[in-house]
Ligand binder design. Structure first.
Ligand SMILES: [Zn+2]
Length: 435
């Protein structure tokens, strides 16, 4: 269990405000109607409550009573008009928002809230994975990745590499700043996932110089240059390695199998399924000169003696043994957390990640994506440690119903703060405060 003082909504909101205040204002002083801070925090509030019409409803409250929930909960002085907020955010360099993620991480670490997340060799499991958060046949900007299709059509997309601290047995994940896969001026060649992957590794190391990290990723990354970079950055790794992509590696595995030199553990579960772990330390990742030395492991689930229902294989720098092989497999498989509980949540559970909030000319699309991830991180942290939130959430079985209720409430009632909103949800009769 966590031992430190729980983080509150206000701790997190203040962290975002501080970073928003640090963004250098480049507009002429006389022309500023809405501040950078108010624009960033209004966007955050929209994503936090997953409500594209948030600004409009808060403006109505403001007109009626000179107060609104954007002000009381998000410290927004003047609510920007939607289109002006978009123009302002389009010009914010995304890098200026990245530190919010390390700030959250530091707050979590300092409060000892992440002790439970240490999993392997006292390190944190950090899966990295590519995701597409925008796609269109018509809307586009200079940063869009462009794909010309055989039927003559063109599609535009935005993709990014996501990274998050996860634990195989825990539902909450803590995202780190994403890295865009994008076209940059002056380069004809389009960026690719693996290059963005290398950039995010370097940034994670710069942001967390001494952190013990185990990177997990899919087959695309189990290649020599990526493995060498991981070793250089002193990061451990568990990377999927498929036979189709690793001929030389699997030739060695086959040879060891034939010589009976591979270690194997098998056990049967209650349902009669056999779980088979095989590992071999000290193999070569590939052919050529100076191939990286890696350790190999494979996990299969077998039904009725010979029907393989699941199988996967990985390469790792951690020496595999009978004591850690199960943990390594769990960590290797935990990479999917980022899809199941991070990005799919963004897509399916009301964050409207692919909803067109506006695309912009420069950074708007990516900045909205970052702000969605910040809102998502706040939800994860609050879910984990805010007792009031847990109590309010428990009043509803469906997540969607709960957030619907919050949205309805803040459209008509002005709350002093986030806590009084939750209090109202828990016991409506005691929560009412006349403005
Ligand atoms: Zn674009």
């Amino acid at each position: 269990m966590t031992t430190g003082k729980p983080l509150k909504f206000s701790n997190l909101r203040k962290t975002v405000s501080k970073r928003a205040d640090e963004i250098v204002e480049k507009r002429q002083t006389g022309k500023i109607k809405y501040s950078l801070h108010d624009s960033c925090l209004s966007a955050l509030a929209m994503m936090f409550f997953q409500d594209p019409s948030m600004l409009e409803f808060q403006r109505r409250l403001e007109e009626a009573s000179q107060l609104n929930n954007l002000q009381t909960m998000f410290n927004v002085t003047t609510i920007p008009k939607d289109n002006q907020m978009r123009t302002i955010l389009d010009n914010v360099p995304p890098e200026k928002l990245y530190p919010v993620f390390s700030d959250f991480f530091e707050l979590l670490q300092r409060g000892n809230h992440l002790n439970d997340y240490l999993f392997l060799e006292d390190g944190y499991i950090i899966p990295i994975d590519g995701t597409q958060y925008f796609r269109s046949e018509s809307v586009n900007c200079p940063s869009c990745l462009v794909k010309k299709h055989r039927n003559g059509t063109t599609s535009y997309s935005h993709q990014a590499i996501g990274a998050a601290v996860v634990h195989p047995d825990k539902p909450q994940v803590f995202p780190l700043a994403p890295e865009p896969i994008k076209n940059t001026d002056g380069t004809k060649k389009q960026d690719c996932e693996i290059n963005a992957g290398k950039r995010i590794l370097q940034r994670i190391r710069t942001d967390h110089p001494n952190l013990k990290i185990v990177i997990t990723a899919d087959d695309l990354y189990s290649k020599k240059p990526f493995v060498e970079l991981l070793k250089k950055l002193k990061m451990s790794f568990i990377l999927v390695a498929k036979p189709t992509d690793h001929t030389i590696l699997f030739e060695q595995v086959l040879q060891k199998d034939e010589q009976d030199e591979a270690d194997v553990i098998e056990w049967k579960d209650k349902k009669g399924l056999t779980h088979r772990y095989e590992w071999i330390n000290g193999l070569r990742l590939n052919g050529g000169t100076s191939p990286p030395e890696i350790n190999f492991l494979e996990y299969s689930i077998i039904k009725d003696q010979d029907k393989i229902t699941y199988t996967n294989s990985w390469v790792t720098d951690i020496e595999v043994n009978a004591d850690n092989v199960n943990k390594l497999v769990k960590a290797g498989r935990a990479k999917w957390k980022i899809e199941n509980e991070n990005f799919n949540t963004l897509k399916n559970q009301g964050y409207h990640a692919e909803h067109n909030f506006g695309h912009g000319e420069k950074n708007l699309s990516f900045n909205f994506f970052i702000i969605i991830l910040i809102a998502f991180s706040m939800h994860q942290i609050i879910e984990l440690m805010d007792p009031l939130f847990k109590k309010a959430r428990a009043k509803f079985s469906a997540r969607k119903e709960f957030w619907n209720q919050l949205r309805c409430m803040i459209r008509i009632i002005i709350f002093r703060n986030w806590e009084s909103l939750l209090q109202f949800i828990i016991s409506p009769s005691t929560g009412i405060r006349a403005p």
